[in-house]
Design a binder for this molecule. Structure first.
Ligand code: AMP
Length: 192
């Protein structure tokens, strides 16, 4: 299975993606984690993206597309993958569609974690206190949610039009959300 998971920051996307990857034996490709690793390792790429990341802005499409292109060339992708945090813009979605066509790995299902914005803000503020993530300042949170509305919601419409979008009600306990995801994945597997 090749899965995309979309949802605003604070929707529980990372938590659910991790569970899906473990349960179904998929490669978990999380662009936010990849960026945090590069920043921590102080690579040239990490130094370049650090200020963008910290401000809650989007890293330029060409850099993100290059990162994903390289990642999709790795062997573990052959057993299926879940892509978490990408694509976030229409340019990324179009590039991804082309890359997946090229390597003949079509998307099985696109999951959209639907969570009201005020719930996301509350969860992110809590995470800021607990984990101290540098991009969880009130200003960066506002920037990220505004960018989600402007840049990522069109991506949701793009996959809805393609017919492989499943909306998951994310404003519930983690286990209930995961159960709904499992059902959606079983149905998607049957349709294939
Ligand atoms: P996340 O951990 O998915 O919430 O991502 C954290 C931050 O990494 C975002 O606020 C962006 O600055 C950056 N980022 C992650 N994925 C992407 C992407 N696909 N395109 C642009 N920026 C990204």
């Amino acid at each position: 299975m090749n899965i995309l998971i979309l949802g605003p920051q604070g929707s529980g996307k990372g938590t659910q993606a991790q569970r899906i990857a473990v349960s179904y034996g998929l490669a978990h490709i999380a662009t936010g984690d990849m960026l945090r690793q590069s920043i921590a390792a102080e690579t040239e790429f990490g130094r370049r993206v650090k200020p963008i990341y910290e401000a809650g802005e989007l890293v330029p499409d060409d850099l993100m597309i290059g990162l994903i292109r390289e990642r999709l060339e790795q062997d573990d992708v052959e057993d299926g993958f879940i892509l978490d945090g990408f694509p976030r813009t229409m340019a990324q979605a179009e590039a991804l569609d082309a890359m997946l066509r090229e390597i003949e790995r079509p998307v099985t299902v696109v999951l959209q974690l639907d969570v009201p914005e005020d719930v996301c803000v509350a969860r992110l503020s809590k995470r800021a206190q607990e984990e101290g993530r540098v991009d969880d300042t009130p200003e960066a949170i506002r920037t990220r949610l505004a960018l989600y509305r402007r840049e990522t919601e069109p991506v949701i419409e793009h996959y809805r039009a393609q017919g492989n979008l499943v909306v998951i009600h994310g404003d519930r306990p983690v286990d209930e959300v995961f159960a709904e995801i499992q059902q959606a994945l079983e149905q998607a597997a049957v349709r294939q």
